[in-house]
Design a protein around this ligand. Structure first.
Ligand code: HEM
Length: 527
């Protein structure tokens, strides 16, 4: 093209004066080109990084989109073998970076934590959260800080979590009853566990409003639980609007429309529980002692509404923030927890010896015939390693929540431009044979030997099931407790086997939350 352009200039040369004008113009063009090159090189040198990270070239307009399989984490891991632990590629119009080693993640998310503190949310996330009024999708800034502080201090603090243990226990014991009633029959463990997790989350969120509602509350749980699962799938669905932001207004796949339908349902439920609670609070103020809520056992909703009504001047909380946080806690707390339990059960069903070891420990700590209680959990050390190993092989968010650097920066000597979408391939790091011995094997014992060196804190960059840095999951201690409690209760209530003729399978299905491809079905045999 350059040659053609130049020949176009030459074709126009008719006499000497024109030729000299043309020479001057060529000189000007050459100077502009030279200055641009120097400026370009200088910009790259100033950032300390000369180039974008290596990566596949891709096609014009489409980038690498046509070449990626449906399991994005696996495609990224395969490409990283060729291009290295910092890789760049285009997905449609979007420049993306993939980090796939403990060193590069540490350099980005710890050493440059503030730059990488924005999540890069999909278009549908803003619809789901009243325009980003929640914590997960809020940009890193004052609103996020306020919501994070409130959540850590008031909702997910050890005191609040302890205060709600009786409520959790009640729900899990109901699940155990259901299992006993189905002895010898195949049970869909995904449905059972996600219903139980959802009920536990609901009682923690607005338990006081559910205390007397029996069947009505179970029906609500089923309807809302299924809707939340679909909503989480929508958050992870590939969306043309995310790859080509200029086309977002067309909503070509109708994903925004689907998210709006979910929001209508969520809003109806949130508004009705909030209105009911506000009426309760009003009666309480008017002196009706039956309406007063035990201060110690306040559920999450009560804590949030108290904050809306008596705002902390440094952290003013609005009704939209309340509903946004409810969305975060429902989405963040249910699917992640039940998916982890399902993977752990799938691994143990695949490994009967380790299933026996786990059950023997639970029986020794809890006692045959007794119900599991949360006080038993700290003594279940082997079960703890089973959970850690499950989260290593099956990190529920295999690419974490993508980040968006707020300024151009450098990782491993490469330039990471502001505004790119940065994926952290935790799945690949957790299965990297250079990082883990016998990386693809399920060996919980490795965590007995690694005790104290590998934890959930996000400071061990080869193990990041809850992420790292400022955006690390705020629900770690609740998640740990719920996963352990549900698993211990399942394993103590029955001897589980796969249905006759069914082979163990551990196939994954990629999504924001990575589930088993097929729901796990198993038979609870009386012990
Ligand atoms: C096994 C269960 C869970 C796993 C594996 C998990 C994992 C994660 C991960 C990987 C992130 C992203 C971190 C990052 O970007 O670095 C995250 C964020 C988050 N999680 Fe969890 N999580 C679990 C349970 C929970 C629970 C029980 C809650 C609350 C009830 C919760 C609430 C959140 C919230 C609100 C965020 C967004 C934080 C922010 O943007 O600042 N999660 N979680």
């Amino acid at each position: 093209m350059t040659l053609n352009t130049l020949s176009w200039w030459r074709n126009g040369e008719e006499d000497e004066s024109k030729s000299s004008a043309s020479s001057s113009l060529m000189a000007v063009l050459a100077s502009v080109l030279a200055v641009s090159i120097v400026f370009y090189l200088f910009r790259r040198t100033k950032n300390g990084a000369r180039l974008l990270p290596p990566g596949p070239r891709g096609l014009p307009l489409l980038g690498s989109l046509p070449f990626l399989g449906s399991d994005l984490h696996v495609s990224f891991a395969e490409l990283a073998r060729t291009y290295g632990p910092v890789m760049s590629l285009r997905l449609g119009a979007k420049l993306c970076i993939v980090l796939s080693s403990p060193e590069t993640v540490k350099e980005a998310l710890r050493d440059q934590d503030a730059i990488f503190a924005n999540h890069d949310g999909p278009v549908v996330a803003l619809v789901q959260t009243y325009g980003g009024k929640d914590m997960t999708w809020a940009p890193y800034g004052p609103q996020w800080r306020m919501l994070r502080k409130v959540t850590m201090r008031q909702l997910l603090s050890p005191a609040t979590i302890d205060g709600l243990s009786v409520m959790r226990q009640g729900e899990i014991w109901r699940m155990v009853e259901e299992i006993r009633g189905k002895a010898g029959q195949p049970v869909n463990l995904r449905e059972l566990v996600s219903a139980a997790t959802f009920n536990v989350t609901m009682v923690m969120l607005w338990g006081a409003s559910l205390a007397h509602k029996g069947e009505e509350r179970d029906a609500l749980g089923r309807e809302f639980g299924k809707a939340v699962e679909d909503m989480v799938d929508l958050l992870g669905a590939p969306n043309i609007s995310d790859f080509y932001p200029a086309l977002a207004w067309l909503d070509l796949q109708g994903l925004v429309r689907r998210m709006r339908r979910f929001l209508l349902l969520a809003d109806r439920i949130f508004n009705s529980v909030i209105e009911e609670r506000l009426m309760m609070m009003e009666s309480c103020r008017e002196g009706d002692p039956a309406a007063a809520m035990d201060k110690k056992n306040r559920d999450f909703l009560q804590v949030m509404l108290d904050l809306v009504q008596n705002p902390d001047p440094q952290a003013p909380m609005t009704m939209d923030n309340t509903k946004g946080l409810l969305q975060d806690l429902v989405a963040g707390g249910t699917d992640t927890t039940s998916t982890t339990v399902e993977w752990a059960m799938a691994e143990l069903l695949n490994d009967p010896e380790r299933m026996k070891t786990t059950q023997a420990e639970i029986a020794a700590v809890v006692g045959e015939g007794n119900a599991v209680e949360e006080v038993h959990l700290p003594r279940l050390r082997y079960l703890d390693t089973v959970v850690r190993e499950t989260l290593r092989l099956h990190p529920v968010l295999p690419l974490l929540v993508p980040r968006r650097p707020s300024t151009t920066c450098t990782v491993a000597g490469y330039r990471i431009p502001e505004g790119t979408k940065v994926f952290v391939n935790v799945w690949a790091i957790h299965r990297d044979p250079q990082v883990w011995e016998n990386a693809s094997e399920f060996k919980p014992e490795r965590f007995l030997h690694e005790a104290g060196t590998v934890d959930y804190s996000g400071n061990t960059f080869r193990y990041l099931p809850f992420g790292t840095g400022r955006r690390i999951c705020p629900g770690i201690s609740l998640a740990e407790r719920m996963v352990m409690f549900i698993l211990a209760s399942l394993l103590h209530s029955a001897d589980w086997t796969l249905p006759a003729g069914v082979a163990p399978d551990l196939n994954e299905k990629f999504g924001l939350v990575m589930r088993k491809e097929k729901a796990l079905v198993a038979v609870p045999n009386p012990r």
